[in-house]
Design a protein around this ligand. Structure first.
Ligand code: HAM
Length: 434
């Protein structure tokens, strides 16, 4: 029988690498808390129409990359439902915002999430079919200030702070505005007109997009189409005064806060819900998949899926890509070295197993990291196992149990000490070498 392996594009995350994942997640939670964000957890799968109506039918994500299935009806009265593993989390958050009437609080909702997303993309370095995102959304009624350019600038400043706190240097903030939905409509007309002559020379997907959603032509990855795309009009030239003013306030606040950015007029992002500010943070060390994170404003998304007017802005960071970036930087980072316990308890004989468990319980309660051996091991085997797993070995034989004095050997110094049981936790809490 062929051995079973993780499905293409998915992978197992093992210790010690998971320590780095945890460190990133913990730092993100701490930074988000300082900006008063709370955590939201939405389901891993949703009704397919949620993504079609938000991310957009013509996007690569919806048209090619979703894991969708027809869920069987359980009763005759039930209709089969089309379900999809979430390819991103913004749609789910906005669905939850509407479902739980969060807008009625009159407050801005500041929500973050950490979780897996699923896209059937061609796997390569930094691109997986199950990948993890850390994201956040700021959404609320206009009366709560949800349209303010200050919200955009604050989110971008928070991201700069988070990347700096994680120790990721050398990022670039790419920034653009795709305008309001009216600006987008105007731009689509300009694009359609510009594409009339050149579209027949482009790929079949682009030829279709000219009719259905011309903006998506700009996402085309076909190399032969790129020189044509370069000549197309830029979205910035179609922005109305309101959008220009909004964007100018975002950039002014970023400059005041000292967050560097790079204007990129081609940054339209591959999801349909964006309006006005769009952005990506890129990192040179990542190669072809260089976007550490992406996001933007989505002032019409709630209404597009049947909710009240609720402008918002948010982002999602690729956790897999943050890990790659930090691993490259910290090739010898301590979190990447195997986990080493404070002590290994070696019971001498199976009759000592139960007292050893009791001792381990007490030491762990004192906050120590303890590896518990097994009384069936010979002493030599215990020493070998302890040397790999811990800084010290604690020997627990009949004599030690009777006298309450334990033998502790420190591997780094080679020193062997007799330690009274009551002093053991304090002794093991000291740094190694004694
Ligand atoms: P996105 O640009 O599709 O935006 O994804 C955000 C980030 O997720 C990317 O910059 C990348 O780091 C990571 N990512 C995406 N696809 C993959 C993949 N196949 N493998 C590894 N990492 C990946 C969104 O998802 C929007 N929901 C962001 C947002 C939130 N906009 C507003 N609010």
């Amino acid at each position: 029988m062929p051995t079973l392996k993780a499905v293409r594009g998915t992978r197992d995350l093992l210790p010690p690498e998971t320590a780095l994942w945890n460190r990133i997640e913990t730092t993100a939670r701490q930074v988000f808390a300082r900006y008063n964000f709370g955590e939201i957890r939405t389901p891993i799968f949703e009704d397919t129409s949620l993504f079609a109506r938000s991310v957009g039918e013509e996007t690569d994500i919806v048209s090619k990359e979703m894991y969708t299935w027809e869920d069987r009806a359980r009763a005759q009265s039930e209709k089969p439902q089309s379900l999809t593993l979430r390819p991103e989390n913004t749609a789910g958050v906005v669905r939850a915002y509407i479902e739980h009437k969060l807008g009625e609080t009159g407050q801005l909702q500041k929500l973050y999430y950490i979780g897996p997303q699923f896209r059937r993309e061609r796997p390569q370095k930094g691109r997986y079919r199950q990948f993890w995102q850390i994201g956040a959304e700021v959404i609320g009624p206009p009366s709560a200030g949800s349209e303010s350019p200050l919200r955009d600038a604050e989110v971008l400043e928070m991201l700069a702070t988070l990347l700096d706190t994680l120790g990721i240097a050398g990022w670039t903030l790419e920034l653009n505005s795709v305008g309001s939905s009216a600006d987008r409509e105007r731009y689509n007309q300009v694009l359609r007109a510009a594409l009339v002559d050149v579209a027949p020379k482009m790929c079949v997907d682009c030829q279709r997009r000219v009719v259905t959603n011309p903006l998506r032509v700009l996402d085309c990855k076909v190399p032969e189409d790129q020189p044509i795309i370069e000549t197309l009009p830029k979205i910035g030239d179609s922005l109305g005064q309101d959008s220009k003013d909004h964007f100018a306030q975002v950039t002014a606040a970023l400059e005041a806060a000292g967050v560097p950015y790079h204007l990129n007029p081609r940054l339209v992002r591959g999801l349909d819900y964006y309006t006005r500010t769009t952005f990506e943070f890129t990192h040179g060390g990542l190669g072809a998949q260089n976007a550490l994170l992406g996001g933007g404003r989505y002032d019409g998304l709630s209404e597009a899926i049947g909710g009240p007017k609720a402008p918002g802005i948010g982002f999602a960071m690729g956790l897999d890509r943050l890990v790659l970036t930090l691993q490259a930087k910290e090739a010898d980072h301590s979190s990447a070295s195997p986990q080493v316990a404070d002590a290994y308890i070696a019971p001498l004989g199976e009759a000592l197993n139960a007292p050893a468990l009791t001792l381990a319980r007490e030491l762990r309660r004192a906050g120590l990291h303890i590896e518990l051996g097994d009384g069936s091991f010979r002493l030599k085997k215990s020493f070998e196992a302890a040397d790999k797993a811990a800084r010290r070995i604690v020997i627990l034989g009949e004599d030690e149990l009777q006298s309450g004095i334990l033998t502790v050997k420190d591997f780094a110094s080679g020193i062997q000490t007799k330690v009274p049981c009551v002093e053991l936790a304090a002794h093991l809490a000291k740094p190694g070498g004694a």
